[in-house]
Design a protein around this ligand. Structure first.
Ligand code: GDP
Ligand code: MG
Length: 614
């Protein structure tokens, strides 16, 4: 095999792989896929002009449905792969990847059946191509596309739009600049009426990618010939016209085989009084070689742009793969390692939220700086220390014997019951911190790029973190309530020692002679209690944040996932794999990406090898 032959074969293989990967034709406006950047040959012509027959003689095999009326109703993408001499010929459909056809009459039947599968047994058409590969030592490397024939009127059973539909479908294949047009016209019709030439001229006005093929030379009226066309006088193309004699319907009915048909075609040209001087440039074998040679030069010219397209695609695929992450290892040890790595990645982001660098941690400070002081301020001490209530509490505490000097018990009761009000804001701060932490866990999971592909692990991590936070909250709540209870357990003696002097100093001119049981007396008690409560409030304003940070924030930073690590460490291989369950769509995407990447890379290597070997 020459290097060029192998290059066309390579292009063929790339196209085939693209097809298998569903990478066939890019949506408009997107990067052209590799397939579209590679040349292929499309067969165009009027209905029954002999398109399918030409394809068959290029392949050298009977395998296409042929005949009068609309036979080809879906595009057939036919890839010919040249194999080593002596190998068995076989065909393979993309839609039946496991089945190798060695009996080509079954290939024909499968094309018919597969056509019917989409269009029904009607005369309808479908633009969805059938992909067929033929592996044979007797073919040249080529990709050929057989298309429905162009028609002029809708026949019985066809919608009115069919004429236009077919033309649009055919045009969509041949208008791409990489498409080589095999324009088939029957010799027994005036070339001026050729549908093939009409369309080819429209999409390829300079004729640089159009190959004119004249079929049915044997069916011309006696006494006429096609020399005007074949010698380029009737309609000029950049490439020479090729005349063909396919098998007639009678030959087909008689099962004249391809070898015989090719020999007969050769004989026809060699012995024809009109065409013998052109014999070496006529016939299907010559056409196949001509096309193959043309493809070579097209591919050769396109190598730089193909290579750059491949490089670009490789880059895109690699960055997508990076984004999707590496596939997960199968053994339990590696899986455990992966899980721990993912946990650490999450933990790192979570800590960044708390320590700064990422937003959110400041909201905890907000709890201490705004929420807690505001809540403390709102406590209903005014009502609690109203004259009536003070009087009531003090009297009740004294019992039948009113206090003589200072209402010791009254003070205690007033202070103790006031202190219990602090439980509410204390607990509220703990809860507020808890919700901030919970929100930060949620956010951090969302921001851990590496976790994106593992929804199960995400859920487990969230659940474990919430559970831990719940434990921290409970501990924090107990600690804060204990702080409040501690205030009630032992009052600050100093405060009361200072009290009498301050009160006397504090503008009480009548001195100790004043009646102990007037409103003034109780007002003074209320004011004393109030300033004691104020002092405690100041203390708690400082100590509640310390407790919450100590029990919740510090613990979250230190041991949020400790429990989870223990649980994960005890898990068996299968359970670990479950934790690393990926979104199936994502797994599929990665697989596709990896396959495509492999294809593109090997294509690049091969193209490089071939183009250097010149
Ligand atoms: P398509 O509709 O363009 O694919 O045409 P087919 O390949 O199905 O051929 C239509 C009919 O024309 C078939 O019966 C063929 O046997 C016949 N036919 C095609 N080419 C030739 C030819 O060169 N000579 C003769 N005698 N018959 C031909
Ligand atoms: Mg056909």
């Amino acid at each position: 095999m020459t290097t060029m032959e192998s290059l066309i074969g390579l292009v063929n293989r790339i196209q085939r792989a693209c097809t298998v990967l569903g990478d066939y034709g890019g949506a408009e406006g997107t990067l052209p896929t590799l397939w579209e950047a590679l040349p292929s040959v499309a067969v165009v012509g009027g209905q029954s002009s002999g398109k399918s027959s030409v394809l068959e003689s290029i392949v050298g095999r009977d395998f296409l449905p042929r005949g009068s009326g609309i036979v080809t109703r879906r595009p057939l993408v036919l890839q010919l792969h040249k194999t080593e001499e002596g190998q068995v010929e076989y065909a393979e459909f993309l839609h039946l990847p496991k089945r190798r056809f060695t009996d080509f009459s079954l290939v024909r039947k499968e094309i018919q059946d597969e056509t019917d599968r989409l269009t029904g047994k009607t005369k309808q058409i479908s633009p969805v191509p059938i992909h067929l590969s033929i592996y044979s030592p007797n073919v040249v490397n080529l990709t050929l596309i057989d298309l429905p024939g162009l028609t002029k009127v809708a026949v019985e059973g066809q919608p009115e739009s069919i004429v236009q539909d077919i033309e649009n479908m055919v045009r969509s294949y041949v208008e791409k600049p990489n498409s080589i047009i095999l324009a088939i016209s029957p010799a027994n019709q005036d070339i001026a009426t050729s549908d093939a030439i009409k369309l080819a001229r429209e999409v390829d006005p300079t004729g640089e990618r159009t190959f004119g093929v004249l079929t049915k030379l044997d069916l011309m009226d006696k006494g006429t010939n096609a020399l005007d066309v074949l010698e380029g006088r009737a309609y000029r193309l950049q490439h020479p016209w090729v005349g063909i004699v396919n098998r007639s319907q009678a030959d087909i009915n008689k099962n004249v085989d391809m070898i015989v048909a090719r020999r007969k075609e050769r004989e026809y040209f060699a012995t024809s009084p009109d065409y013998s001087h052109l014999a070496s440039k006529m016939g299907s074998e010559y056409l196949a070689k001509l096309l193959s040679k043309h493809l070579e030069s097209v591919i050769r010219a396109r190598i730089p742009s193909i290579t750059s397209l491949i490089n670009k695609s490789v880059e895109e695929l690699e960055s997508e793969l990076d984004h999707l992450g590496r596939p997960i290892a199968a053994d339990a040890g590696a899986q455990l390692y992966t899980i721990l790595e993912l946990c650490r990645a999450f933990d790192k982001i979570f800590k960044e939220h708390l320590d700064g660098g990422r937003p959110g941690g400041d909201r905890i400070y907000g709890v201490f700086d705004n929420q807690l002081p505001a809540a403390l301020k709102k406590l209903p001490f005014d009502r609690h220390l109203s004259i009536q209530n003070v009087k009531k509490v003090v009297s009740e505490a004294d019992g039948y014997q009113p206090h003589l000097i200072a209402p010791e018990q009254g003070y205690r009761r007033l202070i103790e019951s006031a202190l219990s009000y602090f439980r509410g804001p204390g607990e509220a701060s703990v809860d507020a911190v808890h919700y901030v932490l919970k929100e930060l866990v949620r956010k951090s999971i969302g921001e851990t790029q590496e976790l994106k592909r593992f929804p199960t692990l995400q859920n487990e991590l969230a659940a474990a973190s919430y559970e831990a936070l719940e434990r921290f909250r409970e501990d924090s709540r107990k600690t804060v309530l204990r702080l409040v209870d501690m205030e009630a357990a032992y009052l600050t003696v100093d405060f009361f020692r200072k009290l009498p002097q301050e009160v006397e100093k504090g503008g009480n001119p009548t001195g100790p002679t004043v009646d102990r049981y007037t409103d003034g007396h109780f007002r003074r008690i209320a004011s004393n209690v109030s300033s004691y409560i104020g002092m405690v409030s100041e203390t708690l304003k400082n100590s509640v944040p310390k407790a919450a940070v100590y029990c919740q924030v510090r613990e979250a930073k230190r041991s949020l996932l400790n429990h989870f690590y223990t649980v994960v460490g005890k898990k068996e291989g299968k359970q670990l794999a479950q934790l690393l369950d990926e979104d199936p769509a994502l797994m599929e995407r990665r697989l596709q990406c990896a396959k495509r990447l492999e294809l593109y890379k090997s294509a690049r290597d091969e193209i490089e090898a071939v183009s250097w070997a010149r």
